[in-house]
Design a binder for this molecule. Structure first.
Ligand code: CA
Length: 225
């Protein structure tokens, strides 16, 4: 896999690159935010590892630029800031996972593998709810004739809800299934992601598919015919 590492601390960057190369990946390292933004939006990568405090431009700006260009490459944010606001803001801007520094290299590699692993267990590649169609193989999502674009994590959440439609899932269940253990009990991250998926799936359409079930959680369901 091709991995872009945007990190200005040379020692950490080298350490990460060495570890990932050891796993057989091709790693490109840049230390400036603006350089990273340019690379991430012009060259294809399988995953981007992103520091937040960077010279040139902030990591969150890089992330925003990636998503504004409708690039769905998984982004793993690494930061020493550790503040919840940055974390939620990062998730809202389209980060797929978050790794607080300092981290063990084993942990980083596990997260990278989790983000890039294909989870196609079901052998039927098309999931349908109403006029919403998700193709698990090509990862295309359409509603009616409109193509919709999702980050890796948004896609995983949508796919999970669609696969089990119309079952209702609590935030905790969604955390477990979609985030595995990565976010523990960060249930507000689930709300953030639901909001974003809902915006894309429902906002421009007359019929809503994603439903909040009060005091229980969320589900996706097509309206009765
Ligand atoms: Ca930094």
């Amino acid at each position: 896999m091709k991995i872009l590492v945007i990190e200005d601390e040379q020692k950490i960057a080298r350490y990460i690159a060495k570890a990932l190369e050891g796993e057989g990946h091709a790693v490109e390292v840049v230390s400036r935010g603006d350089e990273g933004r340019k690379l991430a939006t012009t060259k294809p990568f399988d995953i981007v590892l992103l520091d937040l405090a960077l010279p040139g431009c902030d990591g969150l700006d890089v992330l925003q630029a990636i998503r504004q260009n409708s690039i769905a490459t998984p982004v793993l944010v690494m930061t020493a800031r550790g503040e919840k606001n940055d974390r939620i803001h990062g998730l809202d801007l389209g980060a797929d996972d978050y790794l607080p520094k300092p981290f063990a290299m084993k942990e980083l590699i596990a997260r990278v593998n989790a983000l890039t692993r294909r989870k196609g267990v079901d052998n039927s590649p098309l999931l349908r709810v109403g006029d919403l169609v998700l193709n698990e193989t090509t990862q295309d999502v359409t509603r009616g004739s409109t193509k919709l674009y999702f980050s890796h994590r948004e896609f995983t959440l949508l796919k999970f809800l669609m696969r089990h439609s119309p079952r209702v899932f609590s935030r905790t269940e969604l955390c477990e299934h979609v985030w595995q253990s990565a976010l523990d009990d960060e249930t507000n991250a689930v709300d953030v992601y639901i909001q974003r998926v809902r915006r894309k799936v429902d906002e421009d359409f007359p019929v809503r598919l994603i439903h909040t079930v009060r005091n229980v959680g969320y589900k996706i369901e097509s309206p009765p015919a």
